[in-house]
Write a protein that binds this ligand. Sequence first.
Ligand code: FRU
Length: 444
Amino acid sequence: MSVLTTDSVHLRAPGNWINDPNGFIYYKGEYHLFYQYFPYAPRWGTMHWGHAVSPDLVHWEHLGVALFPTKDYDRSGVFSGSAMEIDGRLHLYYSAVKYDQPKPEDIHLADGDRFETSQAMVISPDGRQFDNWGGKEQIIPVLTDPAVGDKKDTRDPKVWREKDGYRMILGSTRDGSGRVIFFRSEDGEKWTYANQYASPQLGRILECPDLMKTEDGYIFVGSPMGVTADGLSYADQAMFARADFDPDTCALSLREPLAYLDWGLDLYAPQSTLDREGRRVLVGWMRMPKPVENWADGRGPWNGMMSLPRLVQVRDGKVCFPVHPDVDACFDKPAHGLAPLAEYKPVRLRATLREGDSLNLGGYRIRRTDGRIEADRSAVFDSLQGCRLTACTPVLEGDSCRLDIFADRNLVEIFVNQGEYVLSHVVYGLGTELEGPVEEARTI
Ligand code: FRU
């Protein structure tokens, strides 16, 4: 991989494989986005943290590998986690994985899926230097008491600041259903167990939890495994609910049933942070069933990309995910339909659909029917088996149906009524023809 690789609008694997966003933070005047990275092949394996920076959430510069296994406790992988600025230094929290035994013919996977997990931390003085040998510290050892946590499946520390210090939420499992576990710390370095919350709503295992403070309570986001069990991929989904949380006791309760965060059902393991202006912004991993082989910039086969950054907003008591305004604003050049896609440039389309109206975006179909937005990617998905080809939103609340559609060669993201619902779909081979009542097309 060249360290000069850059991306605009969507952060893509710099080659090979990426999954979850990690350590998303606005720090010392730039956005940092780390991600789960397997540098050797376009498939999942021993996890590293790849690193990219951006001045504006639009232009991304890949900086290569930030974290990689060096210790006995993280020898099999540096799993997901988060970032926090404390006294000017960047604290990275991650899950450290140690396989009981690697597979004899593939050391990047655990034999029999047996491993143990602890939580670890690296402090960087500047967000550019990461001392993988001298700077790591195991902050929460493997949890051996099943009442406290699961020694294998407890992971993905998300840390945030409260008035009197820091809290950490971890994803985990107990007796076959998902749970989250809370730790607390005064200084962000020494952590003690505080509380936990388990529910069948949290799937089989809960991954990548995030708890966001709003003006009225909290929003819980997490990725429960095994919630969409209709035999099609994917069964694991990113979900959210408004929640109450007491920072003193770390008692969590959900105010409402969990809902899908993105109705395309490709987005997973999202993570949020505060943007330059203190607004809550979130990105998620767009899962891809096969790599892209033929990208023009020579990065080689790549699998995995990030969604557009979205704000997390509560409007009229409803959680909405509109596209981040800085991303929206960079689409400032008129475009001739989807023509820019031929030059690997993204396009933003605006359309207002009435009941029965439909759009054809290079073979990708969008339709307003029965009060919902339906999308069908069957013509632009290379006949991939076992994957969901269609998706739809719930019934929209009012009459209005304004769509902001962002299309890239391999991703279509539909923001309905400024984030009332979002539907994002990975695609392969999107064409450039455009049919339907589109009001405006723009590119960057
Ligand atoms: C979610 C996840 C996390 C884990 C990471 C490993 O996609 O399974 O729970 O930390 O990916 O790559």
